[in-house]
Design a protein around this ligand. Structure first.
Ligand SMILES: Cc1cc2nc3c(=O)[nH]c(=O)nc-3n(C[C@H](O)[C@H](O)[C@H](O)COP(=O)(O)OP(=O)(O)OC[C@H]3O[C@@H](n4cnc5c(N)ncnc54)[C@H](O)[C@@H]3O)c2cc1C
Length: 457
């Protein structure tokens, strides 16, 4: 029976689901899969994106671990495609490759002053609080008033992590340096700004409701934002999700807060709608001083238009949570405008000619852009895998598809890769670090230490 030797690059949910679906699929050939990951640990944004105080979602790693432990996949962690392995290497040793490299950096927000000191991308902050080894260990949290730009779940994650008291995060897996950093935070007010109205937000009801449950944090909403137009009223009446969001917000309007001379919490989380970002003003030292926005209103066609009314809020730090963006990979076509690998249902295409690149596939956020939940990467992977199975005639013809070739090549290049047993060692080590403190785990952040523990050195 023919055997497909498949390389998958990126061990986030998309890559792992693709492996699982292929292994379980009805097919006329055997499969052996090598999964490459630039980090010493698997799971991508489930480990390094999902907020630490969302243990239920973090729990998805249990299902992903079952796939890795099934015995049919080899894991090569701490291997960066483009540096440690090239496309030519993969062609020499595999019949095809799936890229599932996701997205880790922030999309741009092109307004004056965005480069001010104290203006951050949400993705960088997320990587810090989730202990990503390639990001700085220290995070400045000296601002009292902070703006968060965006109306999606990442904006809510960032706002919640900023507003929450550090002690309330202790039972989670946050790394020690993150707990220490958040404990020193001077924040009193977090202002979240969205361009559209409460009936057009992108966040989900569960994430929104959670904000109202934070200890010692008052929710502040503004009556002027709830003068609904016809389209908003229709959205609330016809969409259950929007209806629940509206109900949550309406309940907060009635709560005691600074708006009605009530509210006693030491921190406040303000939600501002109909606010289009215009400028970040800097002080003489180039630091964030205030955020200027233009009040918007519905344009009658489902969008918004500016009203010309400018407003300014004094802040000392700003986080833009306006989306993630994929990064290009060496020798692989890339669509710079959308930050994805150009593809048709996961079959990678040459950028200019739109012709297929044989043997090369994509799945997950790098395939369809950084939107959607973990569950969506599964359906995505199904589509890609279906093509791999049907494309047998156009697979690569590798020179040496033996399983020993890749470890030999990596060893020759002095790459210190981690394997599945190594991940189990690191996993147990982190859980053991947390146990005396009744914490789920304490994440190891330093890359060298992750590698050392994984390799039993
Ligand atoms: C802040 C945040 C919070 C989220 N919260 C939730 C939530 O609560 N619930 C939910 O369902 N979804 C959530 N999501 C969405 C979810 O994380 C994504 O849907 C999912 O992770 C996308 O999977 P992926 O495998 O395509 O990408 P990723 O998870 O990004 O995985 C890609 C992997 O590829 C690796 N890689 C990249 N480049 C290379 C290279 N050159 N060589 C080798 N390896 C490479 C990366 O290190 C990474 O491990 C959240 C996303 C973010 C950003």
């Amino acid at each position: 029976m023919t055997k497909l030797r498949l390389a998958i690059v990126g061990a986030g949910p998309a890559g792992i689901y693709a492996a699982d679906i292929l292994l379980k699929a009805e097919r006329q050939f055997d499969v052996s899969i090598d999964l490459f990951e630039q980090l010493p640990a698997p799971y991508g944004l489930v480990r390094y994106g999902v907020a630490p105080d969302h243990p239920r979602i973090k729990g998805i790693v249990n299902a992903l671990r079952d796939v890795l432990d099934s015995g049919d996949i080899r894991f090569f962690g701490n291997v960066l495609f483009g540096r440690d392995l090239t496309l030519a290497d993969l062609k020499n040793h595999y019949h095809a490759v799936v890229f599932s490299t996701g997205a880790i950096r922030d999309a741009d927000l092109d307004i004056p002053g965005i480069d001010a000191l104290g203006s951050y991308g949400a993705a960088d902050f997320v990587s810090w609080f989730d202990g990503h080894p390639d990001f700085p260990r220290e995070w400045p949290l000296d601002a009292e008033s902070v703006a968060v730009i965006g109306n999606g779940n990442v904006a809510l994650d960032v706002s919640r992590m900023l507003a929450k008291h550090a002690e309330d995060l202790l039972p989670t897996e946050i790394p020690d340096n993150v707990f220490a950093g958040l404990s020193e935070s001077r924040v009193t007010d977090v202002h979240v700004f969205g361009r559209r109205g409460p009936a057009q937000v992108k966040f989900t009801p569960l994430e929104l409701r959670e904000l109202g449950e934070l200890r010692d944090v008052d929710m502040v909403v503004y009556d002027e934002d709830f003068d609904y137009d016809e389209a908003s009223k229709v959205a609330i009446a016809s969409n259950k999700q929007v209806m629940v969001i509206d109900r949550v917000l309406q309940a907060w309007r009635k709560r005691p807060s600074v708006n009605n001379a009530g509210g006693e919490a030491s921190r406040r989380l303000h939600l501002h709608f109909w606010a289009n970002p215009v400028e970040v003003k800097k002080d003489a030292d180039g630091r964030v001083m205030s955020f200027v926005y233009e009040r918007t209103r519905p344009d009658g066609e489902g969008g918004v238009e500016g009203t010309g009314e400018m407003r300014e809020v004094a802040i000392q730090a700003m986080y833009r949570a306006v989306g993630y963006f994929g990064s290009p990979l060496a020798d692989v076509p890339f669509d710079k405008r959308h930050g994805v690998i150009p593809n048709q249902e996961g079959q990678v295409l040459h950028k200019d000619s739109n012709e297929r690149v044989p043997g090369v596939y994509a799945t997950g956020w790098i395939k369809r852009g950084p939107v959607g939940l973990i569950g969506h990467t599964k359906s995505d992977a199904m589509e890609t895998v279906r093509h791999i199975i049907n494309d047998q005639a156009s697979w690569w013809q590798p020179e040496d598809d033996s399983e020993g070739a890749i470890p030999a090549l990596l060893a020759e290049r002095d790459v210190k890769w981690t394997d599945l047993d190594g991940w189990h060692l690191l996993d147990q080590h982190e859980i053991a670090l947390g146990a005396p403190h009744e914490r789920a785990r304490i994440k190891v952040v330093d890359r060298d230490e992750m590698v050392r523990v994984s390799r039993g050195e």
